[in-house]
Design a protein around this ligand. Structure first.
Ligand code: FMN
Length: 428
């Protein structure tokens, strides 16, 4: 072989010119980003992202429920494949949203602002946590054109509620994401074992973990202390003076629960769309639709709250059937691939949402890391739809059930139909 032939064969890449390019060359899946995040973060912080309630059954089921569904691609041309859709009455470049995650600056100093900018660049909505570590106003200033939703924890004190709603509207948030799965905080045993607290408290173990992860520790120490500034609502003097106590109880995990009357009242107080987050019971889904709620996020909080709570994919079809288009359905929990999104849409969801995947991206590489995760989802969705034979989100939702088979259905079809004699014999 001549030197010129060897040269023609050799494909030597120059050095990556940006973080995004480096990620493109080395991280091919959300799982790759998860591994990178695990290396960058101290163990207790990484496990705070990873963990779930008690035995983590719901968390595992979230993921495995997607594996129960197989694709039945249809043959035919797929021209002008289009992922664009409408979520809560507004445009989105793909059927995906970013779910609220409290304590986001723990994972990267740019925290919620980096997530907001990546969501804006990807043209999808972002739900900011009530327990975010950046004020809702600062997130608005960082990404003014972003479709922003605010994750309201139920607030029994009506004065405080109105103060928070006014603040949210003034900061330009178009929708409320209201939690209905947090009457108490889930028992996340990994956090207890790791001595994790939010905000983090400095213990000898924390110092050792920091020294083992110097890049994270430097970012953490060089930036503002972790706090939950949305809780410092402009609380007027007077009867609301007791509100900070309520926040303390909320953070401690037990506070006076709210009920359906409060949801009805919230509907009257807030003009924009409302999403109830944490619904898996079809009765609650139907009730929400009858109260004029715009959407439900079918979710078990990523398995972080009530363990053994149903996985969204196990109840999605029933919920879609009961609500029959009267309410939008967003699904979250265990979504790690574009193909998972495609499956949920095929079973009746309008859109999906992710929590941990974008946090892996953030922890691994800040804003470019989140962008890379969103690029992976977009490419995987497009590839899956192309191979499946669905051209648009509309078509996928209309024909989807014909393109999927549950493993139980597959098994049922392989069983021979019993003859009348055999059935009689079985009855005896
Ligand atoms: C670290 C972390 C913090 C979270 N904080 C909140 C929160 O403050 N409010 C909320 O409604 N959901 C919160 N969630 C749940 C997510 O919004 C979402 O329901 C869940 O992460 C989806 O599952 P996935 O992580 O498997 O994608 C949190 C999730 C994680 C991983």
């Amino acid at each position: 072989m001549k030197l010129k032939d060897i040269k023609a064969l050799a494909s030597v890449q120059g050095p990556a010119r940006s973080v995004g390019e480096r990620l493109k060359r080395s991280c091919y899946s959300v799982e790759d980003m998860r591994k990178l995040a695990a290396r960058r973060l101290p163990k207790s912080i990484f496990e705070y992202i990873e963990g779930g309630g008690e035995d983590e059954v719901s968390m595992r089921r979230n993921k495995s429920s997607f594996e129960d569904w197989s694709f039945l691609p249809k043959w035919g041309s797929v021209d002008n494949l289009d992922l664009r859709t409408t979520i809560l009455g507004g445009p989105a470049s793909m059927p995906l949203t970013l779910s609220p995650t409290g304590g986001t600056r723990l994972f990267h100093p740019e925290g919620e602002k980096a997530v907001a900018k990546a969501a804006l660049a990807a043209d999808i909505p972002y739900g900011l946590a009530h327990l975010s570590t950046t004020t809702m106003e600062d997130v608005s200033a960082a990404a003014p054109a972003l479709r922003r939703w605010f994750n309201l924890e139920p607030i029994p004190d009506k004065g405080l509620l109105q103060a928070v709603l006014d603040r949210t509207a003034n900061a330009g948030y178009e929708a409320l994401l209201v939690n209905v799965d947090c009457r108490s905080i889930g028992h996340r045993e990994r956090d207890y074992r790791n001595g994790f607290t939010a905000p983090p408290s400095i213990k000898p173990k924390t110092v050792v973990e920091g020294m083992l992860h110097p890049a994270w520790a430097l970012g953490f120490l060089a930036n503002d202390a972790i706090a939950f500034p949305n809780l410092d609502a402009d609380i007027p003097e007077g009867p609301l003076a007791s509100s900070p106590d309520m926040w303390r109880t909320l953070l401690a995990g037990s506070y006076e629960p709210t009920d359906w009357d409060d949801i009805r009242e919230l509907r009257e107080r807030w003009n924009g769309p409302i999403v109830l987050k944490g619904v898996v019971n079809p009765n609650d889904a139907a009730l929400a639709a009858s109260l004029g709620i715009d959407a439900i996020q079918v979710s078990n909080h990523g398995g972080r709250q009530l363990d053994h709570m149903a996985a969204p994919m196990d109840v999605l079809q029933e919920i879609a059937g009961r609500t029959a288009g009267r309410i939008e359905i967003i699904v979250d929990g265990g979504i790690r691939r574009g193909s998972d999104v495609v499956k949920a849409l095929a079973l009746g969801a309008n859109a999906c949402s992710i929590g941990r995947p974008y946090l892996y991206g953030l922890a691994a590489a800040g804003q470019p890391g989140v962008t890379h995760v969103l690029d992976l989802f977009r490419a995987e969705m497009a590839r899956t739809m192309m191979l499946l034979g669905a051209t648009s989100i509309e078509e996928l939702r209309a024909e989807g059930r014909e393109l999927l088979r549950h493993r139980n259905e597959a098994f049922a079809r392989t069983q021979p139909t019993p003859t009348p004699e055999a059935s009689l014999a079985l009855q005896k």
